[in-house]
Design a protein around this ligand. Structure first.
Ligand SMILES: [Zn+2]
Length: 399
């Protein structure tokens, strides 16, 4: 059996006035996703358990069959795994975003989607300039960097993801709790250091959001996760993604990570390249997981036009070719679903259950309808515990 899983990140949404009361997923022209829903099944799945902050770390862990209540220790540790950063059980990892704060307001969680080279320069300068015993910076992709702490300070802190507080005053969202003073000090010192940094001068001159400071969040210790093969008996799979969070999950799951040139986490990504490579990897692997970040980033920018276009590109350049490839195998299944909603109206991740569509060998059709939130909700297939979906996808209806 060949399995393909395609995740248009944050593609689910609420109805929008600008789209005549349709959601972006419903408004987008998606003949391939619709075919999957019509030939197979669609339903709703709750990927963010009650009490968790909505994010891809929690959502994708759920949909891969791992209960976040048991396995989730934070977002940053997953990204540390992506970079193969060795962690002892007592080490802490923090996400270290480069963000744009203006007049005390969180303007942009991504510092204008800052490029890798610029981000690396800034992080390198910060690591030399800040006095932070026990702390070590690691550069990641774009604005997504990491700060590791190997020391004796105890932390019991509450932090907020910067993409959850757009246009809000940062003062009320700074780290709180035991050990938070040192985090707040690093953040404010970074603001002083970066204020007139030459990279920021150029960014301002060219109309890009400057990286005015670091923002620390998503902290945790290294998680202890059984591999996907141990858990489900499926041969090691292949992860294709533009973000470190998913590369890290892949490492922990015992999967290979396949890099595709031209793939980014934004709408400038090479959709066709990702579609070709996802299809090609199905020759080599029994399971290929292909994740596209672009719809989520467009939602955070409240850019509904780009969101619709990203969904359409995913449908025609990735889902289409993968479906075509799968049909050359005797037994196959495909699952397409947003990991969580990201709502244009709030620019934040939502908590509603996600629609999913699956088709393939012995997945039988019940209701006939295009793939969207409304039709998924109308189906009788509602999975309340997200981590039960994977077992269903891999085995339902098979002897
Ligand atoms: Zn997001």
């Amino acid at each position: 059996m060949k399995y393909a899983i395609i995740i248009p990140d944050g593609a689910a949404d609420e109805p929008l006035e600008e789209l005549d009361g349709l959601t972006p997923l419903a408004a987008a022209h998606t003949p391939n996703m619709d075919l999957i829903a019509r030939e197979g099944r669609q339903g709703l799945v709750r990927t963010i358990p009650k009490g968790f902050e909505s994010g891809s770390d929690v959502a994708i862990m759920s949909l891969l069959g791992y209960d976040p209540k048991i396995y989730h220790t934070g977002r940053a540790p997953l990204e540390a795994a992506a970079q193969h950063i060795p962690l002892s059980p007592t080490d802490w990892v923090f996400r270290c975003n480069l963000v744009t704060v203006a007049d005390g307001i969180m303007k942009d969680h991504s510092a204008g989607g800052i490029g890798n080279a610029e981000a690396q320069r800034l992080i390198s300068d910060l690591s030399h300039g800040l006095t932070a015993p026990g702390f070590e910076f690691f550069t990641g992709v774009s604005y997504r960097n990491l700060l590791v702490y190997r020391g004796s300070q105890a932390f019991n802190v509450t932090t907020r993801p910067p993409h959850e507080i757009p246009d809000e005053p940062i003062a009320k969202h700074l780290p709180r709790g035991q050990g938070s003073e040192i985090l707040r000090k690093l953040m404010s010192e970074s603001a002083e250091m970066l204020a007139d940094h030459e990279i920021n001068q150029v960014r301002r001159q060219t109309g890009h959001n400057p990286a005015t400071q670091i923002w620390l969040w998503g902290q945790g210790h290294a998680p202890n996760i059984p591999t996907f093969q141990q858990r489900f008996g499926v041969n090691p799979g292949c992860m294709i993604t533009g973000v470190d969070l998913l590369r890290g999950l892949a490492v922990l799951l015992g999967w290979d990570v396949h890099e595709v040139p031209g793939m980014t986490s934004f709408h400038d990504t090479d959709y066709a390249g990702q579609g070709r490579e996802t299809a090609k990897m199905l020759d080599k692997y029994d399971l290929v997981f292909s994740h596209i970040e672009a719809p989520d980033e467009a939602s955070h920018q409240a850019d509904w036009k780009t969101k619709v276009e990203a969904i359409e590109h995913i449908d025609s350049y990735i889902v289409g070719p993968v479906l075509e490839k799968l049909r050359t195998f005797d037994e196959w299944r495909i699952l397409v679903m947003p990991d969580h909603p990201t709502n244009i109206s709030t620019r934040k991740h939502g908590y509603a259950p996600s629609p999913f569509a699956m088709a393939g060998t012995r997945v039988t059709s019940v209701l006939k309808g295009d793939f969207n939130e409304k039709n998924a909700a109308a189906s009788d297939l509602h999975i309340e515990h997200g981590h039960e979906l994977m077992e269903y996808f891999l085995r339902a209806g098979l002897a």
